[in-house]
Ligand binder design. Sequence first.
Ligand SMILES: [Zn+2]
Ligand SMILES: [Zn+2]
Length: 282
Amino acid sequence: MFVITYEKAKRRSFACCRARWSFSIVKICILASGSAGNSAFVATDRTRVLVDAGLSRREVGKRLAAIGEDLASLTAILVTHEHADHTIGLPAIAKAEKHPVPVYLSHGTLKYIDWGEAVPVVEPFQAGCGFAVGDFDVTSFTIPHDAADPVGLMLSAQGVKIAFVTDLGYVTDSLRFHLRGADMVVLESNHDLEMLRVGPYPWSVKQRVMSRRGHLSNEVAARFIRDDLDSRVSTLVLGHISEHNNHPAMVHRLASKALNGRELFTRLVIAEPGVQSEVFCY
Ligand SMILES: [Zn+2]
Ligand SMILES: [Zn+2]
């Protein structure tokens, strides 16, 4: 067990941020990570954003409440791509009760969102471009994945840089470039290649996951850590871990070995599928 349980997350996050929030510039909580849903909360004291909304409105509300936050205070929602595990709760969360929450997403992604009854406030951006959301300067960069116009995101506020890069088939030069200088990186370590090969998925799905527009394996994530992880990264969260084709212990073992080889002081956190993380304060 490498990440704390939901109940423990509640207690620990309060303890962490009661003590430190007033002195912190940015706080981050991974509300969920994995094919059953992805969403993260990133906040300064004035700007509160969700990165992806792959949980129901109710579940996001519950998990925000666990860290002393609420849906009504959200400034914006940033979306990496249209896949359901990143957007299932988006229309309901964006609609909100009193006023809509602006949704920032790439032009290509926007075309593929089914808003249903919701009338969202959208702020489309060109993938690869930067924009501002309250206190955050956001940089988007294209990543290789089988979605319309997927992006990785770097959020910066007062010198603190937090990167989100999940759902990508391989590590690009652009990714190496954009992750330089990050303080915290949330990176995918999706599957163990051998478990995927012998696992339950149909061959077509296995091919998709393994393809250059699929997901990163543990081996590729470990290679990135060994060869490319910036020494400035103080917290590395590995997530989007497959429940069928991977195990958190395997992710931890490979990534620890890669980190130890570098002699970095980076803290490694494994985001177990569906489990809310502690709150990270900077
Ligand atoms: Zn995903
Ligand atoms: Zn995806």
